[in-house]
Design a binder for this molecule. Structure first.
Ligand code: FE
Ligand code: FE
Ligand code: ZN
Length: 280
């Protein structure tokens, strides 16, 4: 099964997100658990979620890939910012249980000068505080481009975080194609090698989702500027190889490309056309 979708606004609730996904031709999607800049989350209405779960079942949706707010930095230097982030994280995980068994993706954070090993230590500690034995959500660390003081700039840093977590089965990784390209992983000329490296360092069983984005910048630029599919430095051919790679089948592919709804619908249709199984 090929699961493809984009980010969808959560402002009108769950059923509205499901209907919007269908309109775009998607069978998975990403959404912000609250305003991407942070702040208080909207109240969840049980009936709305139930209508969504029914719709998702009828249309065989894949796993959803919820996204934590960009501003959530659990390894911030200041204790009050860290505390705020921890509370937001715990609250989001409680909210995720309304839609059981999906993914919650977050940016590991920025160490803001404390050094990446200190950042990694704090992230591990926070995860051990918020993960619960009885939760059904899998929390995903996103691979980052390595701009500024971002933690998670390479596979080794993500592995180091995962090693610190006690409830290991609650954790996974979301691979962002723009971020790893900007981070220096050549998915254009050496996709097999990059996936082998991921397997050697982290283990492919931990790879749960892909953010499918082209990049405005060259390999290793550490910039993090997403481009439309096929219009950036990764290019359409490599995108086709990524979505068709045998080791990536069955994963949800989420577009975070600079588009409006029409643009996403077009990209989804194009990628479905390029996916071998979908054409068969
Ligand atoms: Fe992200
Ligand atoms: Fe991403
Ligand atoms: Zn990005």
């Amino acid at each position: 099964m090929f699961y493809i979708g984009s980010h969808i606004s959560s402002s009108k609730g769950y059923e509205a997100m499901g209907k919007q996904a269908l309109k775009l031709g998607a069978n998975t999607f990403a959404f912000f658990t609250r305003n991407p800049r942070g702040g208080k989350a909207k109240e969840i209405i049980k009936e709305d979620v139930d209508r969504f779960l029914q719709l998702a079942k009828e249309h065989s949706f894949g796993k959803l890939v919820a996204h934590a707010p960009y501003t959530m930095n659990i390894c911030a230097a200041k204790e009050d910012i860290r505390k705020f982030a921890r509370e937001m994280f715990a609250d989001d995980l409680a909210r995720m249980e309304y839609t059981p068994g999906n993914y919650y993706n977050f940016h590991p954070g920025s160490h803001v000068g404390q050094g990446s090993s200190q950042g990694i230590a704090i992230i591990g500690e926070v995860l051990n505080g918020v993960l619960k034995e009885d939760m059904t959500t899998t929390v995903l660390l996103e691979t980052m481009a390595g701009k500024g003081t971002e933690v998670g700039r390479n596979f080794e840093e993500l592995r180091a975080i995962l090693d610190l977590v006690d409830l290991k089965e609650k954790m996974g990784v979301c691979l962002d194609t723009c971020h790893i390209w900007d981070g220096g992983y050549d998915v254009v000329n050496n996709l097999d090698g990059v996936l082998k490296e991921f397997d050697d360092v982290i283990g492919l069983s931990k790879l749960k989702a892909v953010h499918l984005n082209d990049s405005m910048n060259p390999l290793g630029s550490h910039k993090d500027r997403h481009e439309k599919i096929g219009e950036g430095n990764i290019g359409l051919k490599a995108m086709g190889q990524i979505i068709n790679h045998p080791k990536l089948q069955g994963l949800p592919f989420i577009l975070e490309t600079p588009n409006d709804d029409a643009g996403w619908a077009k990209e989804i249709a194009m990628l479905r056309e390029m996916h071998k199984e979908d054409k068969a």
